[in-house]
Ligand binder design. Structure first.
Ligand code: FAD
Ligand code: NA7
Length: 609
């Protein structure tokens, strides 16, 4: 990029920013006046609204740091030469002259009272309205707009009970995958610092971690992603409303913004992509004193001694990186680790975490949380109970609940178009084209019943849906053999069936499990433990030893698993794995040399590299 290109790029970016700023002002109130405190006509218009007792937002351009640039952009936006520029319900009324005209005969009141909630016959405002601007909703809306469709996406984040809120992009970018993986990285760096001494680095004895610095850098990066999402909606000509969407008519939704401003929109088709939010225990003190993953990543102080409640992947990943950062961490497990995942792998993760300082309290659940001392962090007293009634009282600085997530489907008026949900779980059942029981309402992502709750799944389903709806594609989202990784911080990558599921589907006699421990070369010099990393493939004997399950516990298991997932999608067999030449010396080469079957009971312990 030469200097000229760079400055044009910078200017475009700035202009987009100004346009976003203008649109945000316009949509924030019913009446918005772009004005200058020094402009006579502006004062007269504001006086008029005061007399009419109509509330308005005055954006005083001459008082703003970027006032001159904003005025130039406003001119391009409205093509009005003079201030004030008055907007009523998002519509440009004009300047002083037009406002005076309209005020005669009470036209303003009429405009403001105008019920936009009467859908116009046979026409809709949009081809598609997407409720939820997360991974799935944003992907679907941009794809639909590429086909020239008129698309509106609504995104609204209800603050957590502790008041945490965030920007556009949904769970993954703000309070899920992205900050989680970055904190995982922070934890890995501590291990790398320890290892580095054996590689000759001289590290000061008391290397310190600063939570605030980590959190701030991560939040800054997330802020840039929020911004990029906003810009990409503009670039793709998708209309965005920062409002809470709910059905008020079969083809009509109401959008309410954080200031209570209400707007109504109609569409031919709807897409529900509202995701999930963390569940609470429903015990005394949980909402007052506990945090969830919604709060953790932007916590402005170090959580210190932490109790993590829950044992699925969100719980273990958070416990893993908190312990990796050097904090005192306990996980309270109601039953088993990582329900739904391969249990041999789950238990290996548990053992590894325990060896790396995480404490596990098994078969207990909290029954009461009390505050002993307020602070950042404060001190909390946690009373827990076991299945047989035994009680335990312990003190922590922070209690992190990771006990599951509830679909955001119960308060969005789904009964109005008649969309059926699973009453128990709140999840939406759909057919293999992501269509609900109401033909013009679709759903994708975490709200779906019996589907994987993963970002790439939501994105793929959203994109393919838009292509089927508006292009000539017939391709459906394939929910089978989706790879995933648990970052605990030793990573666990998986694709396909767990051993338990393979046995129950094909019968134990019809599967062959090949496995081995291995020692990453990088771990040898710093004398890190051997026989902790583990590889296993599950093959279906009656189908040419096709690989039906792939499991690996290793550094960078996510990177390893992604490639093998492509091979599994192509129908990978054990013979093809054996014929594949490995890359030496990397962890993944173990999959090209697996020779010991579980059935044989042969030793898989490694003595060296
Ligand atoms: P979301 O991304 O949740 O988006 C839904 C959006 O809709 C939200 O912004 C919500 O505020 C908004 N909304 C809700 N109701 C309304 C309404 N009525 N009106 C307007 N807007 C509304 N997945 C991975 O693939 N890899 C990972 O490593 C990973 N890590 C995770 C870690 C954590 C801690 C968590 C919690 C999740 C993680 N996930 C991960 C899962 C991933 O984040 C989700 O699967 C993904 O975000 C789902 O996308 P979605 O579009 O269905 O919903
Ligand atoms: P999951 O996968 O629903 O798991 C919830 C975990 O919390 C699981 O270990 C549960 O134990 C445990 N749990 C549930 N209720 C309680 C109570 N009341 N007390 C103690 N422990 C409890 O939730 P996650 O948050 O990990 O992840 C949800 C999705 O979010 C996931 O699919 C990702 O896509 C993102 P159980 O096994 O039921 O005994």
């Amino acid at each position: 990029m030469d200097g000229k290109e760079e400055s044009e790029w910078g200017r475009d970016k700035k202009k987009t920013g100004l346009k976003i700023e203008i649109e945000e002002y316009i949509s924030s109130r019913d009446v918005v006046i772009f004005s200058k405190t020094t402009c006579g006509n502006c004062t007269k218009v504001k006086d008029l609204f005061d007399e009419l007792n109509i509330q308005y937002l005055a954006v005083e351009i001459n008082k703003m740091d970027n006032g001159q640039e904003l005025e130039e952009e406003l001119y391009e936006y409205t093509m009005e030469m003079a201030l004030p520029n008055v907007f009523v319900k998002d519509k440009l009324i004009g300047d002083y002259t037009e406002v005076i005209q309209l005020s005669k005969g009470g036209l303003f009141q009429k405009l403001l009272e105008d019920k936009e909630d009467k859908p116009k016959e046979n026409t809709y405002d949009y081809d598609l309205i997407v409720i939820g601007g997360g991974s799935g909703g944003l992907a679907a809306s941009k794809e639909a707009a590429k086909y020239g469709k008129k698309v509106l996406v609504l995104d609204y984040v209800a603050p957590s009970p502790l008041g945490t809120t965030w920007g556009l992009g949904g769970t993954c970018v703000n309070v899920g995958c992205i900050p989680k993986k970055l904190m995982h990285q922070a934890a890995l760096l501590r291990q790398a610092l320890k290892d580095s001494c054996k590689y000759g680095w001289k590290i000061e004895d008391n290397v310190q971690h600063n939570w605030e610095a980590m959190s701030e850098s991560i939040q800054n990066y997330i802020g840039s992603l929020n911004w990029n999402y906003r810009v990409s909606l503009i670039e793709n000509k998708v209309k965005y409303e920062n409002g809470f969407g709910e059905f008020v008519g079969p083809h009509q939704i109401k959008s309410t913004n954080s200031k209570g401003k209400v707007k109504f929109f109609t569409a031919e088709k709807f897409l529900i992509a509202t995701g999930e939010r963390p569940r609470y225990l429903g015990i005394p003190g949980d909402k007052e004193y506990c945090i969830t993953s919604d709060d953790l990543f932007s916590l402005p102080y170090c959580p210190e001694k932490t109790l993590v409640v829950g044992a699925s992947y969100v719980a273990l990943e958070c416990a893993g990186f908190l312990a990796g950062l050097g904090l005192n961490v306990t996980v309270m497990v109601r039953s088993i680790l990582l329900r739904g995942f391969d249990q041999q792998m789950a238990n290996k993760i548990g053992e590894h975490m325990e060896e790396h300082g995480v404490k596990f309290i098994k078969h207990f659940v909290p029954i009461k949380i009390e505050q002993m001392e307020a602070g950042t962090p404060g001190r909390l007293k946690v009373t827990s109970q076991s299945a047989d009634g035994a009680e335990m009282i312990e003190e922590y600085n922070t209690v992190l609940l990771a006990i599951g997530r509830d679909a955001c489907t119960r308060n969005i008026g789904l009964d109005i178009p008649g969309v059926r949900i699973n009453e128990k779980t709140g999840k939406i059942p759909v057919n293999d084209e992501e269509q609900t029981n109401v033909p013009y309402v679709y759903a994708i992502g975490d709200v779906l019943e019996d589907k994987l709750e993963l970002t790439p799944v939501a994105i793929q389903a959203g994109r393919l849906l838009a292509r089927r709806l508006y292009g000539d594609s017939t391709l459906k989202c394939d929910y089978i053999n989706v790879p995933t990784t648990v970052f605990t911080p030793l990573e666990y990558g998986a694709c396909g069936l767990s051993e338990e599921n393979a046995i129950s589907r094909y019968g134990e006699e019809n599967i062959e499990v090949y496995h081995s421990y291995f020692w990453p070369l990088e771990w040898t010099v710093p004398s890190r433990e051997n026989n902790k990393c583990y590889a296993k493939v599950i093959c279906h004997l009656k189908d040419n030893e096709r690989v039906v399950g792939f499991h690996v516990l290793a550094p960078n298991a996510g990177e390893i698993t992604q490639g093998f997932a492509a091979a599994i999608k192509c129908g990978l067999t054990k013979e093809q794995l054996d014929c594949t030449i490995g890359i030496h010396p990397v962890c993944a080469e173990i999959f090209t040399t697996l020779s010991v079957t579980k059935r044989s009971g042969g030793s898989i312990v490694q003595a060296g590299c």
